[in-house]
Design a protein around this ligand. Structure first.
Ligand code: ACM
Ligand code: ZN
Length: 786
């Protein structure tokens, strides 16, 4: 929605223009009101406005203030074209930044006063001054974040008095550079934008089963071999950071008051290191980095002193790169199967008297022994350890901070033991940003879970259990995690992180009683435009259908389509095959169709930016007739060809088939027993043919992860080349009740890190009007004996 303020002078009301003579200045709805995000602890709007002009200057009497001033002068220069000077004299039309360690303010707190005459900032630290400037920037139109000069805009900020400080000292975002590598420029981009929203910590996951990503000079094989994997598709995937690159990023982050917490995983999730130095595992496995997702059984061997020597050497090189207080030692998801069988591990258990008891197994205590040894090593460098909540098993190291990810229970348990905690719960807290934030049937493939923006926003990092007994002080803060298994490129990384990182920012910074979901949604509309300025590919919710979105709607008499979005946004559509624009017809109520139609529908933000457009084919059908007079035997005929096939047509020329029958669809992907690690598993392609019994006449929605499903000769699911999870190729079909032809094409392969042989093999049907899909039962399958 655009509002043009040329005739009536509403500038005083909305704080966008100083005079009525700027006839061409367009007022954007998303710039109305106060848009500071995270919302400040105390804010009072005052009369009038401050206008930033080319003669505005900074007053910065100390070197710290000057640095902050210079940083923002450069930023402001990009969008306004003004080169604001940094002066040592205060005056009018000036942004005065006063950093004074004697101020009675919180370390990162600040006072910001904006009057028509100028802007005054008082802070105790440079970080506080930086956050004051973040807030000031957010009082200006969102276009202030553009990277190029914006014309026809009045750079006006409403007058305010703000006294602000963060709720938590740890306001973190986590990135996993291991499953998919995140190039240095992208890491910097994220830091830059996170700092705009007062996030102050980046947790950098640097080592994993799938890739070792940090140069260690003493162990060159870690990057030579450990940083590369051959993926299921056959390509080599790799990448790592040199120590020089890391220093550069750490310095870049420090300029934005972001501290980096490195994570070196110990003792699990280390297959890439073991691939480089086989002696690190119990059995000395000769192995490659893992090329699928999931949890790896092959872990480091704490029975061996050499493993500890290796870790100490690695830490000796990593620690000096990261000046922050905290060092993350991982500790999650470390299967103990190899330790149970390993003579060296068992000898260590005996030697260190790590007998199991009612609470913990001996192997869990061995894990705790590893963490405690590493805590001592890191303490020598003055570092405090953080570990995932599994470090509670077997007993916490004396000074460990627990990162609670498997829900909030780990955080509560640690707080009860007077240990510090960072809250990052996934399912029950909305802090896993790799989860879906919309309908999985139309969103890019993800790991699963569901965390709409509202869920992240509604999370309170302080559990009642700790608050009521006065232990909330142990909650250092909160963090959003973005694991990158299904994040194949930088755009997807940003798409998963934003806008949920904005909700994180507010729950980490703002007092609980200042939170307001609707006002947050309003301010997010302004923040989107700031993110646009930094070319962040944030998520825009798409129009979704209840019970599972579908791009092919069959009907016999009339189709009624209902849409919603995972957070409130306007939807627009066309029915004439044209591309919708922000001005297209607004969706306000269910749409009815009696004719074949292509419905194109999208969400539009107040900025005019649109979601991906959904093109939905709506087709009038007659019920596909049944195979009359058939008396099928139970099951399906299956033919199997061994090989690694990626496309159904690769099966066309095959003459050597193994033939058999199967009783249930679920048997099709499990014709070869698989191991958890999928190493050396013979892949195969299979075609199942026969009949499917449809319960009664109706419109059926059909969903599966097979490469192809055909009913009555019609291709109804086509997942060719896709990661075969969370079917994104549903269709619908009008079917008469009774037996219909069925053909299923299954290709056992690994695409995007997911082995299709892990699929459960079901085909799921939902009759129109029903809420849930149900798997086709074995009794619904048949074939005609030859
Ligand atoms: C984790 O998500 N495995 C910490
Ligand atoms: Zn061992």
């Amino acid at each position: 929605m655009k509002k043009l303020f040329g005739i009536v002078c509403l500038s005083a009301l909305f704080g966008l223009m100083t005079s009525c003579d700027q006839k061409n200045v367009t007022m954007k709805s998303y710039n109305e009101g106060i848009n500071i995000l995270p919302v400040p602890a105390e804010l009072q709007q005052q009369e009038g406005q401050f206008k930033l002009t080319k003669s505005t200057s900074f007053y910065a009497p100390t070197p710290e203030a000057e640095k902050v001033a210079q940083f923002f002068a450069d930023r402001i220069n990009k969008s306004t074209g003004y080169r604001l000077t940094v002066k040592e004299k205060d005056g009018s039309n000036c942004i005065a930044i006063n950093v004074d360690p004697n101020q009675q303010l919180a370390d990162e707190g600040y006072i910001l006063n904006v009057t028509p005459k100028g802007v005054k900032i008082v802070a105790k630290t440079a970080a506080g001054a930086f956050y004051a400037m973040d807030s000031f920037m957010q009082l200006l139109p969102a276009e202030i974040e553009n990277q190029g000069v914006v014309d026809n805009i009045a750079w006006i900020a409403p007058c305010v008095s703000i006294n602000d400080q963060p709720r938590f000292g740890y306001r973190g975002f986590h990135i996993d550079a291991c499953r998919h590598f995140i190039p240095t420029e992208e890491v910097k981009k994220l830091i830059d934008v996170m700092a705009m929203f007062k996030i102050n910590t980046m947790h950098w996951h640097l080592t994993e089963d799938q890739g070792w990503r940090i140069e260690i000079k003493k162990y060159p094989r870690l990057t030579e071999y450990g940083s590369k994997r051959i993926e299921g598709e056959g390509n080599e995937y790799g990448g790592f950071y040199t120590q020089e690159e890391i220093k550069d990023i750490v310095a870049y982050a420090a300029e934005r008051f972001v501290t980096i917490v490195p994570e070196i995983e110990i003792p699990g999730h280390e297959l890439a290191a073991i691939a480089a130095y086989s002696g690190l595992s119990c059995k000395g496995d000769s192995i490659t980095p893992r090329f699928i997702w999931g949890i790896e059984d092959v872990v480091m061997c704490p029975g061996k002193e050499d493993m500890f020597n290796f870790l100490e050497d690695v830490l000796a090189e990593v620690v000096p790169l990261f000046p922050g207080k905290y060092f993350h030692i991982g500790g999650d998801e470390c299967p103990k199967v190899s330790w149970k069988k390993c003579p060296a591990c068992q000898a260590r258990i005996r030697q260190e008297h790590l007998q199991g008891d009612a609470q913990h197994t001996a192997e869990e205590k061995l894990q705790s022994y590893v963490i405690q040894r590493m805590e001592k090593v890191l303490a020598k460098y003055g570092k405090s350890i953080i570990g995932w909540d599994e470090i509670l098993q077997g007993g916490l190291s004396p000074n460990a901070t627990v990162m609670s990810w498997r829900g909030v229970a780990g955080g509560i348990a640690a707080g009860l033991q007077n240990h510090n905690v960072v809250m990052t719960p996934g399912h029950d807290g909305g802090m896993y940003f790799d989860y879906y934030q919309g309908d999985s049937k139309i969103e890019p493939i993800g790991i699963g879970g569901y965390t709409a923006l509202e869920k992240t926003y509604n999370y309170d990092p302080v559990p009642d259990t700790l608050r009521t007994i006065g232990k909330e002080k142990y909650i250092l803060g909160v963090q959003g995690n973005t694991w990158t298994e299904y994040i194949y490129n930088n755009d997807l990384l940003e798409y998963r992180m934003f806008p949920r990182a904005l909700a994180l920012s507010e729950i980490a910074w703002s007092p609980v009683d200042k939170k307001d979901l609707n006002d947050f949604y309003r301010r997010v509309n302004n923040a989107y435009v700031r993110l646009d300025g930094h070319e962040i590919h944030y998520h825009i919710p798409q129009p979704e259908q209840p019970n599972g979105s579908c791009n092919f709607i069959a009907f016999t008499d009339e189709a009624t389509l209902t849409f919603k979005t995972s957070r409130p946004e306007k939807m627009v559509y066309t029915t004439d095959n044209s591309t919708p624009t922000p001005e297209s017809m607004e969706y306000t109520e269910p749409l009815k169709f009696k004719e074949n139609t292509i419905l194109k529908i999208a969400t539009v933000l107040p900025s005019g930016k649109m979601s991906p457009i959904r093109a939905i084919t709506i087709e009038k059908q007659t019920l596909s007739p049944i195979q009359a007079d058939v008396k099928p035997l139970r099951g399906l005929k299956l033919k199997i060809a061994y090989g690694n096939f990626f496309k159904p047509n690769e099966l066309d020329g095959i003459t050597e088939w193994k033939q058999k029958t199967v009783k249930a669809l679920e048997e099709i992907p499990s014709q070869v027993p698989t191991t958890e690690d999928m190493r050396g598993i013979p892949h195969y392609g299979a075609i199942a043919e026969g009949l499917i019994n449809i319960p009664s006449d109706g419109i059926y929605y059909i969903s599966s992860n097979y490469d192809q499903v055909w009913i009555d000769g019609k291709l109804v699911n086509n997942n060719e080349g896709q990661v075969k999870r969370y079917s994104r190729a549903d269709t619908s079909m009008a079917l008469a009740g009774g037996w219909h032809q069925l053909k299923v094409v299954f290709l056992g392969n690994i695409i995007g890190g997911w082995p299709s042989q892990w699929d459960n093999g079901s085909i799921n049907l939902r009759e129109a009007g029903q809420e849930k899909f149900t798997p086709v039962a074995a009794e619904q399958l048949g074939y005609i004996a030859q």
